[in-house]
Structure formats: C-alpha cells, structure tokens
Design a protein around this ligand. Structure first.
Ligand code: PHE
Length: 341
C-alpha cells in the first residue's frame, strides 16, 4: 500500500463521502463499506502500512487514518439506516389494491347434517311430513307406550341414560315420536321424525353414546308390509342407486312382524370386504308393522288402522357413504376431518 499523506487522506475522505451520499440502496453502501473500511479496505490497509513510515510522521498520519476510518464507518451506517427506514415507510404507506384479500373461513354443514338432509328430502318427496320430539323423554313414551311393559327384558336392548331421581331419560330411539304424534292426530298420517338419540354403550369405532336416527311411519286403513318394502326400496334406489336389499326377521316390542333391512355392500357390491365383514351385506335399519298394542295405547282401533314404521341410523349410512371406519370422527370435530366434506 502506497503511503498516504495527510492531504491525500483528506481527499480520500471527501471522495468517499460523495459516494456515500449518492448511494441509493443499502446494498451499494455495504459495497462502499467493504471498499474503504473492510478487512482489505483502503483505510484498513493504509493503517497496516503505518509501520513502514518514518517514526516522526507515524503519529499524525496514524491519527488521521483512524479518524477517517471511524467517521466513514459512522457515515455509512447512518446512511444505511436512513435508507432502510425510508424503505419501511413506503412499504407501509403503499396500498396495492390488486393483491388478493385476506381469506375468510367459510363453514359448511357437518357431514352428518348433510346426509340427514339428503335422507329427509327423499322421504319428503314420497309424502312424509316432518315431526320432532324431545331428547329428554319420559319412561312412558320411550318404553311403555311402545309396548315395553315395566321390567320387560326387551328394555335391555338399549342401555339407557336415566336422569337422576326422576322418571326422565335420554331417549334411546326416535320411536317415542310415534306415540306422541298418534296421541295428537288421527290417521291417515305419514311422518318422518329425525333426531338425536342416546345409548349408554361402550364407545368404540362402531358405536357411540349418541347418534342420529330417522324414524318413519305411515298409518292408514290399508297399509301392508309390501308398502313398507316398496317405500324402503324407493328410498334405497334414490339414495344409493343400484343396490340390492334384503329383509331379515327381527324383534321389536312395538312392531309385529319386525325386520331388519340390509343393503348389498356399497363398497364391494356384495362380494365381501372388510367394511361388510365379508358378508356382502350392510344393516341400515329396523322396521315392521306397528303392533296393535301400540295403537290401543294411543286410542286407535287396531281393527281399523294398519301402519308400518322404520328407524334408520344416519351415522351408519354416512359411514358407508363416505367409507369412514370410525364413528368417533363425526364427534371429535377435528377440522382436518370435517373440511373434507
Ligand atoms: N327404534 C328401533 C331402534 O332404535 C328401530 C325401529 C323403528 C324398529 C321403527 C322398528 C320400527 O332400534
């Protein structure tokens, strides 16, 4: 490094100051910083060369170099923060109206609500009106009116949640709506009663302590089991398309005869898979002809009126439709699950 006189140092500083002033970005300033005061910068090298100049000149030149270095460094830093502040200010003050807006989360009906609505809509088309009943029910409507005498073993078909110190319980099925409607109205009646029911059952992938049911019933002078099969067939082909149905004899105290209806597995088409447990069939509802004793309990003459009833499980149907293997997913309300529907 050539030795610098005091005058040359002054000129160097002036030139550097001009450059600093005309720099318009922090990047340019950092290049200047390297050029003058960096590890191999002009002033740094000049300071290193001090040892080579005469001892008399050394203190003066040394002092001049040092203060030049300090002052240039300060000026570069000051100008850098000035430019950065200005950049921040424009960024804040500038409104780009072409940018997309802040996304707003739009909710949608829960998958069970969607399936419930779809089923109700199909039955409405077939002339069923909608009725509802309370979820906190009396022992009378949940059991007794439906021909479950007190202490009848059929009550064990459902493990019931009883409300402490009262005759009240959480309804175990939507069938009590039958008795409530019969008491208020005279046939012919064709009703659909969707709603939540509760059972004191162990929770696992296939059963939960609560689920949705849809009760349907039709009472008129001339209603037969064939009508029941016809309406259920119509529902199944509207909802699933091309599937087979089969009826298996069953037992409910409030229907006689009673049956359960299966549909051919919607996943494997009846060949057998893990969803239908290799049986080729899936159970979707219980049904039957309304028991004469139920009619007597509500003041209908069983010699005059006939009726059918069915109760389908919405959760199970939704599980089959969306191929969900764990009912608990419907109730955990994890958005990652719900957002898929
Ligand atoms: N209530 C019955 C149940 O929960 C289903 C059913 C309804 C059966 C109507 C027959 C008639 O299992």
């Amino acid at each position: 490094m050539a030795l610098l006189s005091e005058g040359e140092i002054g000129q160097l500083v002036l030139a550097a100051e001009k450059e600093i002033e005309s720099a318009s970005t922090p990047e340019e300033l950092s290049t200047l910083k390297i050029k003058y005061v960096g590890r191999s910068g002009i002033l740094t090298l000049a300071l290193r060369g001090l040892k080579d100049i005469s001892p008399e000149d050394r203190p003066k030149v040394g002092q001049a170099l040092n203060s030049a270095k300090v002052s240039l460094e300060e000026k570069i830093d000051a100008r850098t923060s000035e430019l950065e502040a200005a950049a921040r200010k424009t960024a804040r003050g500038f409104f780009d109206h072409t940018l997309p807006g802040t996304p707003y989360f739009l909710g949608h009906p829960h998958p069970l609500v969607q399936v419930n609505r779809e089923i109700v809509r199909i039955f409405n088309f077939m002339g069923f009106e909608t009725a509802t009943g309370p979820e906190i029910e009396t022992d009378y409507y949940n059991f007794e009116a439906l021909n479950f005498p007190k202490d009848h073993p059929a009550r064990d078909m459902w493990d019931t949640f009883y409300l402490q110190d009262s005759e009240l319980l959480l309804r175990t099925h939507t069938s009590p709506v039958q008795a409530r409607v019969f008491e208020k109205r005279k046939p012919p009646i064709k009703i659909l009663a969707p709603g939540r029911v509760y059972r004191h059952e162990a929770i696992n992938a296939r059963s939960y302590y609560t689920f949705l049911q849809i009760e349907g019933f039709y009472v008129d002078a001339d209603v037969s089991f064939a009508d029941l099969k016809g309406v259920l067939h119509a529902f199944v082909s509207a909802f699933y398309g091309d599937v087979k149905t089969r009826f298996r004899p069953s037992f409910f105290p409030f229907t006689e005869p009673s049956a359960e209806m299966d549909i051919s597995c919607t996943i494997c088409g009846g060949k057998g898979c893990s969803v239908c447990k290799y049986e080729g069939w899936l159970e979707i509802l219980g049904c039957g002809m309304i028991h004469p004793q139920v009619f007597r309990n509500v003041g209908y003459d069983p010699e005059v009126w006939r009726g059918y009833a069915f109760g389908l499980g919405v959760d199970r149907i939704a599980m089959q439709k969306y191929r969900i293997d764990d009912i608990r997913l419907f109730y955990e309300n994890d958005l990652r699950f719900l957002e898929q529907f």
